[in-house]
Design a protein around this ligand. Structure first.
Ligand code: NDP
Length: 479
C-alpha cells in the first residue's frame, strides 16, 4: 500500500499522510512484542508500576502537545485539549488500582471441596492484546483498553483509525522515552484491513467502533477462537417526566446531545418528554440551542467543532432528510454548513418524530435532538427500550427517587439520573455491560476490567494420601 493522505477536518484538505503497515510489518511488530512480553510480565505489577510511573511523567511533559494533536485530528472540542491530562488520569488511576486488583485475584488455601488439596491460583496475562480504536476520541478510546492491558502484563499492538493518526504518533513519542514500555507497546497505521491483520496476530482483541465493523471483528476472532471485547455504538434515550425542572432538563439534554458534535458513543440520541411539558421544553431547548457556537475560525473558541470524519455529515444529513420526509419538523439547525472546508452542523432539534424514522432507530452520531412526546411512564419506558442498542440511558424527573424508579426499568448498562453524560463518574468504580448491539464481552472500566487480559491458572497440590481406585465402593455395596 502506498501512502494514505489524512484530511484535516477543519479545512477538508489533506495535511498529513500515513504509511499503512503491510501484513509483514504487522507480523514483525507482533513478533517483537511477543519476544519482550515475558520479561514485562515477570516484572510483576510492582515493577510495571515503576515503568508506568515514568511514562506518566513523560506524558505530563507533553500534555499540551498531545491536546494539540488530538484537536488537529478531531477538529477540536473541549475534551481534545484535555487529552494529555485524561491520559495522565488513566495511568495514575491504574497505578493505584492495579496492585490492589492483582492482590484481590490471589488465592492460596486448602480446597473446601477436597480439604487435603492446596489450591494456588494465579493469573497469567494474554501475551499479545490487539486494540482497534475509532476516530472519535481517538486517544482516550485507544488507551482505555491499552493502559490496563499493559498493567496486566500483556504486550499491546494498537491499530488506530486511519482518520485520526496524529495524536497516536505524538503519544508514541512519549512511549519511546521509556524503553521498557516501548518494547511491549507499539502501533500499526492503516485502514481497516490492517485491523484484520492485527486480529491474525493477537491473543485477544479489544475493539471500539461501529456495529457493522464490530461484527466483522467478532467473526474474525471466532475463526481464530480468540476472545474479543467489543464496545459498539448506542442510540441512547433520555426520558424527561412531567415533574422535571425544565431548566435542568433542557441544559442536560442539550449538552448530552451535542457535546463533541454528538460524536460520542453515549450521546443522547432520542428524547422523550411528557406531553404536559413537551411544548415548554422545546421552546426553552431552542433558546439554549441557539446559544451554542461553532468553533469555526478558532478551535479553542466556541462549543462544538466540525465533523471529525467529513462523510459522517452525510449520514447525519440522511437521518434528518428521512425524518423530514416522514413528517418530522426541523425546529433549528438541520443544514450541514461548509465553513472553510470543514463540515459543521448546529444543534438540530426535531419534533414530530416517530419510531419508523432512522433518527429514532439508527445511531446518528451528530448534534441532533429528536424530541417525542409521551403520555405516561409505561409508554416512556416502552419507547426508550424500543431499540437494538443498550449503551446508556438518562432520566430527568422531579425527584431522584422518581428518576431511579424509571431508570431501573431501562435496558442499558449505564443509567444516568437527573443529568446526562455521567459516564466519567464510573471511572475506577464499576464497569458496565453493554446491552444488545452496544457491545459484547466484559466491562472496560473499573478494576474488574483488568481480568479481560488475564487467564486464571491453578496449581492443585495433594497434601494427603492419594486416592486408590480399588477402595471405591458403590452405595449399598459391601466393603
Ligand atoms: P469503525 O467501526 O468504522 O472503525 C473502528 C476501527 O476499526 C477503526 O480503526 C477502523 O479502521 C477499524 N476497522 C475497519 N474495518 C475493519 C475490519 N474489517 N477489521 C478490523 N478493523 C477494522 O468505527 P468509527 O471509527 O467510524 O467510529 C465510530 C463508531 O464507534 C460509532 O458507531 C460509535 O458509536 C462507536 N463507538 C463506540 C464506543 C463505545 O464505547 N461503545 C465509544 C466510541 C465510539 P479505519 O478507521 O482506519 O477504517
Amino acid at each position: 500500500m502506498g501512502k494514505m493522505e489524512v484530511i484535516n477536518p477543519r479545512t477538508g484538505v489533506s495535511d498529513h499522510a500515513i504509511t499503512p503497515a503491510s501484513r509483514d510489518d504487522v507480523a514483525a511488530k507482533a513478533a517483537a512484542l511477543r519476544k519482550a512480553q515475558p520479561a514485562w510480565e515477570a516484572m510483576g505489577v510492582g515493577g510495571r508500576c515503576g515503568v508506568m510511573a515514568r511514562w506518566l511523567q513523560a506524558v505530563k511533559a507533553r500534555a499540551a502537545d498531545i491536546g494539540e494533536a488530538d484537536a488537529h485530528d478531531t477538529g477540536g472540542c473541549h475534551t481534545s485539549y484535555l487529552q494529555g491530562f485524561i491520559t495522565m488520569g488513566n495511568i495514575g488511576g491504574w497505578l493505584e488500582d492495579a496492585p490492589k486488583a492483582f492482590a484481590a485475584l490471589d488465592f492460596d488455601a486448602m480446597s473446601p471441596s477436597m480439604p487435603s488439596v492446596r489450591v494456588q491460583s494465579q493469573v497469567v496475562a494474554y501475551p499479545l492484546v490487539g486494540v482497534i480504536s475509532p476516530w472519535n476520541a481517538p486517544l482516550m478510546l485507544a488507551l482505555l483498553d491499552a493502559v490496563p492491558a499493559l498493567f496486566a502484563g500483556s504486550a499491546v499492538l494498537l491499530k488506530p483509525s486511519e482518520v485520526t493518526p496524529r495524536v497516536i504518533e505524538t503519544l508514541f513519542e512519549t512511549v519511546r522515552e521509556v524503553p521498557e514500555l516501548a518494547a511491549v507497546f507499539d502501533y500499526v497505521a492503516g485502514p481497516g484491513e490492517v485491523g484484520q491483520t492485527v486480529i491474525e496476530q493477537a491473543d485477544t482483541i479489544c475493539f471500539t467502533g461501529s456495529v457493522p465493523t464490530g461484527r466483522k471483528v467478532a467473526v474474525a476472532c471466532a475463526e481464530r477462537l480468540i476472545p474479543c471485547h467489543l464496545e459498539l455504538g448506542g442510540k441512547d434515550p433520555c426520558i424527561v417526566t412531567q415533574s422535571a425542572d425544565i431548566e435542568r432538563a433542557t441544559t442536560a439534554v442539550l449538552r448530552g446531545a451535542v457535546y463533541a458534535t454528538g460524536q460520542v458513543c453515549y450521546s443522547v440520541e432520542r428524547v422523550y418528554v411528557h406531553e404536559a411539558i413537551h411544548d415548554a421544553f422545546v421552546v426553552r431547548l431552542l433558546e439554549k440551542a441557539g446559544e451554542v457556537r461553532l468553533n469555526a475560525g478558532n478551535p479553542r473558541a466556541g462549543h462544538i467543532g466540525p465533523f471529525t470524519h467529513g462523510p459522517q455529515a452525510d449520514i447525519v444529513a440522511g437521518h434528518i432528510a428521512d425524518a423530514v420526509a416522514k413528517g418530522a419538523k426541523v425546529e433549528c439547525g438541520g443544514e450541514v454548513e461548509n465553513i472553510g472546508g470543514g463540515r459543521y452542523l448546529r444543534p438540530t432539534v426535531l419534533t414530530g418524530v416517530t419510531h419508523d424514522m432512522a433518527i429514532m432507530q439508527d445511531e446518528t452520531f451528530g448534534p441532533t435532538i429528536p424530541v417525542m412526546a409521551f403520555s405516561d411512564t409505561e409508554e416512556a419506558v416502552r419507547l426508550a427500550n424500543d431499540t437494538q442498542f443498550g449503551l446508556t440511558a438518562s432520566v430527568i424527573a422531579g425527584t431522584a427517587e422518581e428518576a431511579e424508579a424509571i431508570g431501573r426499568r431501562l435496558n442499558a448498562g449505564g443509567i444516568f439520573l437527573q443529568d446526562t453524560f455521567l459516564t466519567f463518574a464510573k471511572m475506577r468504580t464499576f464497569g458496565t455491560d453493554s446491552f444488545g448491539w452496544s457491545g459484547h464481552g466484559s466491562p472496560r472500566i473499573g478494576p474488574e476490567s483488568l481480568r479481560r487480559f488475564l487467564r486464571r491458572k491453578s496449581l492443585l497440590t495433594q497434601t494427603g494420601e492419594v486416592a486408590d481406585i480399588r477402595n471405591d465402593h458403590h452405595l449399598g455395596e459391601d466393603a
